[in-house]
Design a protein around this ligand. Structure first.
Ligand code: ATP
Length: 235
């Protein structure tokens, strides 16, 4: 347990219908940290994020954010505490413009980024402000999905595989953005398949297997633990 944790998850259980997929996840995240969740497909990483943000229908255990218990709270109230979620599928509305998509999620907390700040962070979004969601590249969609969460005022950002399917140059740009956000004091929990990418920005890596946390590896110990990591990830 981390005494000064911003987010503290204890004994988190989660279900889809009758299917029990999280079996007592324990996770602490300090303010300003970047923590990755690593693990094989189906290990429960996405489900853990969905439970933290309150959109997993059935969950039990304890999740506190700034000391506030959220396990029984509705997702909109959890968001109001300052948590934001960028799902793997990004959720861009094809029929809306970039500018309209950016304004879509409600502001949950004062102190979110202005549109101008988001445009400084992602210049592509400024150029594409009038374009429809459908016209965006995968990388631009990811930037839009991250940008609009920053506008809401969320300070803990849950990112699900932001680099999935993106070209290496865009992956690097997303990496720079995440480091920039860390520099500005944001706290980030990142689900990532590409641990070499995760290594360029994370403080720690938490390994999930079959709905449980089975290991934690400090970023500077990643290379020394590479065989173990390969075994966890089945690569
Ligand atoms: P991936 O990288 O494949 O998303 P993951 O570690 O994020 O892997 P989860 O998506 O959290 O894994 O899935 C955990 C378990 O829950 C898996 O067994 C998966 O099949 C199951 N699952 C995920 N989504 C649903 C759903 N909507 N309904 C039923 N079962 C689900």
């Amino acid at each position: 347990a981390v005494p000064d944790a911003l987010l503290a998850v204890r004994g988190l259980e989660g279900w889809y219908g009758e299917s029990h997929v999280l079996h007592g996840i324990d996770l602490d995240v300090r303010a300003g940290e970047v923590v990755t969740l690593l693990g094989r497909n189906g290990a429960g990483k996405t489900t853990t994020l969905r439970a933290i943000i309150g959109i997993l229908g059935r969950r039990a255990g304890s999740i506190t954010y700034e000391g506030v218990e959220t396990i029984a709270m509705a997702s909109r109230n959890i968001a109001r505490l300052g948590l934001g979620y960028v799902p793997e599928e990004r959720g861009i509305f094809a029929s809306l413009t970039v500018a309209e998509n950016l304004m879509l999620p409600p502001v949950v907390k004062p102190g979110g980024m202005s549109v101008a700040e988001i445009h400084t962070l992602f210049p592509n979004l400024k150029e594409r402000a009038g374009s429809q969601g459908t016209k965006l590249s995968g990388g631009e969609q990811q930037m839009l999905a991250i940008g609009r969460i920053l506008r809401t005022g969320a300070k803990l950002i849950l990112l699900d595989e932001p680099t999935e399917g993106l070209a290496p140059v865009i992956v690097q740009q997303i990496g720079r953005t995440i480091r920039e956000l860390k520099g500005r004091g944001y706290t980030i929990v990142l689900v990532e398949q590409n641990f070499r990418f995760a290594q360029t920005l994370a403080d720690r890596h938490v390994v999930i297997e079959q709905g449980r946390v089975v290991d934690e590896i400090a970023n500077d110990a990643l290379d020394a633990n590479i065989d173990k990591l390969h075994a966890y990830l089945g690569v």
